[in-house]
Design a protein around this ligand. Sequence first.
Ligand code: PAF
Length: 308
Amino acid sequence: MNWLVVGQGAMGLLWYHHLHQSLKTKSNHNMLSLLASKQQDLQQNQYQFTDLDKCAHRNTLNYASIEQVKNADTVFLCLKSYQIAPAIKQIAAQLKDNCSIILAHNGMGTLERLPQDFIEKHTLYALLTTHGCLRNAPLNIAHTGAGETSLGLISGQSDKTKETQLTLTLDEALPKVSFENNILKKQWLKLAINCAINPITALHNIDNGGVNNSQFNQQISALLSEIVVVAKAEGIELIKEELQANVQKVAQATAKNCSSMRCDILENRQTEIDYINGYIHRLGLKHALATPENSKVWQAIKHLETNF
Ligand code: PAF
C-alpha cells in the first residue's frame, strides 16, 4: 500500500507523523510520502512534531516524487476545503484510476467542485476527526488533544476489504478510527457546529468558550433552525435541540481555543466560510429556502476577507 498525504498543515503532519511511525514497523512494502504545496520552495525536509506529553520529535519528511504520486494507492488530502478541488485538478492526471481518495477538511460541498470524470474513476471517503492539533510554525506542529476519527464512503463503489484495510491502517497509526456507515449524517452534525462556532468567534474575535454567552443564543438558534430545514430538503433529519447541545458541548470542551476561522481572519488568510455557512446559503438557493442568518454571517466573513 502506497500512501500519499497531501498538505503540510497541522492535520497533514499529524497523520503523516503517525502513519510514518506505524508503517515503518511493518514492512517496506508500505510507502509513505507527503505532497506539499510549493514543495520545490521548501528548503527544509525536517519537521517537528510535539506529542501529547509535550515531547518534541524531529523527523525527516519524504516529499513525494512524480513516481510516488503515480503509484499512490491511497491519497489522503488534509487541506482547507477551498484547496481540495485545485489540488485534485493538479494531480488527477497522474493518479491511478482505482486509487482511494480520503478528504479531511472542515465544511461540506467540496465534492460538487470536483471534475465528473475524477468522481467516476475513484472511490472517495470523508474523514472526520476530533483530534486537536496546532501549527506553531511551518513544519512545526503540536498534538494538543486526543480525539476520535470516523471514516466513511462519500462517493463510488463500497468495497468492504478496502474499507477494513483503510480503517485498520489509520487506526494502527492514530487510534481510535472507526468506519461509519452514515458519514453524511456525521458531516452534517459537524457542519452545524462549525456554522455556529466559526463565524461567531471570528466576527467577535473571541475564544470558542465565548459562544456560550447568552448574547449569542438567539443567533445560534436562528442559524441552527435554518440548517435543520435545509438538511431536511437534502434528505437528512437533524434535531435542533441536539445541534444546540452539541454546539454548547464543543464550545465548552474547546473553551480556550481559537477556532480555525478566527485564526484565518487574524492571520489574513482565506477562510472556509464558503463551505460552512456559504454551503447552507447555496443549498437554500437550490431548494428555494430562505437562510437569512447563515447568508448574513457568510457575507460578513466575506466582507472581512476583502479587507485583508
Ligand atoms: O474549525 C474549528 O476550529 C473546529 O472545527 C471547532 C470544532 C470549531 C473547534 O475549534
